[in-house]
Design a protein around this ligand. Structure first.
Ligand SMILES: *Cc1c(COP(=O)(O)O)cnc(C)c1O
Length: 398
């Protein structure tokens, strides 16, 4: 990356990092290079590109200028070495697992990770002899006990984690990982690089579902892997090319358009979330509020230390348990009933009656998902409109 990709501040990086070094017509935005393959001027040039002697593109699964622009932008925001854009967040996660785990190896992960991350480890990678232990990573001793040397290779942390919003101390876990010769991978989707940069805290690899905050408009699915150094990049990049979970240029262009406003969106959404959390805290129909910006949150002090802000995800419990949750879902007008998060529009979800309805109650509760839990991804609308909508829906609870 040259100096244009290394401006000092994240709002400037979000807008300028990844611009083409040699614009074709002086264009101000990065064009969509919608091509599957790239021609060579001569056999020698083709050979030089394949051998890596000459920089240049060959075939879009292996690299493309629009995709590279996005990779440079996110890598710059994360202060990492380089990024690798993927078809989805899950493709980013599985590519990292494929690159770093062998038959017989073991991983330790956050118990409340994004559901499919745990399923892919426990149900799919187990078929190839990879074992995993998912624990509460907000407790360092629990992680230490779960490490099975010499089999454990990686610690996989999601922080803040969904939907309990528990926070893991990245710096402390990185030290523990490195003491045991393990690699630390952090899913930074919930925070975004605007609020948390795990590589600066000692993590080796960061992954994102670009679908969420980075794209921010609920209209694209995508993912990215950013490594701290060249060695890890060179280990993962061929695996991504071979397994083929790569991004498409048009998808990259859309996410690039989204990321330009990431700092602005995060600022507005988290201001709304902070105000909504105080409003909910004092609401007669609300039993408890989980927001990492509240001093009562169990890991508030860690979040304060490792994050630049507390983000825009809130979970809260309402009176009347399952029924109370359903009543709120059926009465909100502005909040949209949908899974996913991180878009400009506010979304609301009730796991017990929606995403986790088929999971037995006991299992749900042990994962911290109580019947009364409602999760909101606060967007960028006007605060008063959001507050009034939640207020009227909450008052429908008897
Ligand atoms: C959505 C999500 C993923 C998966 O990303 P997709 O783009 O849906 O494949 C992974 N981790 C977290 C924390 C997520 O929220």
């Amino acid at each position: 990356m040259d100096e244009i990709n290394q401006p000092a501040h994240k709002s400037t990086k979000a807008i300028h990092a990844g611009m083409l070094k040699k614009p074709v017509f002086g264009e101000v935005s990065v064009p969509i290079f919608q091509t599957s393959t790239f021609s060579f001027h001569s056999a020698d040039e083709g050979a030089a590109r394949f051998s890596g002697e000459e920089d240049g593109f060959i075939y879009t699964r292996m690299g493309n200028p629009t995709i590279r622009a996005l990779e440079e932008c996110v890598a710059s925001l994360e202060n990492g070495y380089k990024g690798m854009a993927t078809a989805s967040g899950m493709a980013a996660i599985t590519t990292v697992f494929l690159a770093l785990l062998d038959q017989g190896s073991h991983m330790v992960g956050t118990a409340s990770v994004y559901g499919p991350t745990r399923v892919v480890a426990e149900r799919e990678f187990s078929r190839f002899g990879v074992t995993s232990t998912f624990v509460d990573t907000s407790d360092l001793n629990t992680i230490e006990k779960a490490i099975q040397l010499p089999h454990t290779r990686i610690i996989y942390v999601e922080t803040p984690a969904n939907p309990t919003l528990s926070v893991t101390d990245i710096k402390a876990v990185a030290q523990l990982a490195h003491k045991n010769n393990l690699m630390l991978i952090v899913d930074n989707t919930f925070a975004s690089p605007c609020l948390q940069r795990p590589l600066e805290l000692g993590a080796d690899i960061v992954i994102h579902s670009l679908t969420k905050f980075i794209n921010g408009h609920s209209d694209v699915v995508g993912g990215i892997i950013v490594t701290k150094d060249e060695m890890l990049y060179n280990k993962i990049k061929p695996v991504l090319n071979l397994f083929g979970g790569t991004m498409d240029p048009h998808q990259a262009w859309l996410v690039l358009r989204g990321v330009r406003t990431l700092p602005l969106r995060i600022e507005k959404a988290q201001e709304n979330a902070a105000r909504l959390s105080s409003f909910l805290l004092n609401h007669p129909k609300v039993k408890w509020v989980n927001y990492i910006g509240l001093p009562g949150h169990p890991q508030h002090h860690i979040a304060k230390k490792q994050m630049d802000g507390f983000g825009s995800m809130i979970s809260f419990g309402v009176h009347n348990g399952l029924d109370g949750g359903k009543i709120v879902m059926d009465n909100v007008r502005l909040f949209t009933l949908a899974v996913s998060l991180g878009g400009v529009e506010s979304l609301i979800e009730h796991p017990a009656s929606m995403t986790h309805a088929s999971v037995p109650r006991e299992e749900r509760e042990s994962a911290g998902i109580r019947d009364e839990l409602i999760r909101v991804s606060v967007g960028c609308e006007h605060f008063e409109d959001l507050k009034n909508d939640l207020d009227q829906a909450l008052h429908k609870i008897p």
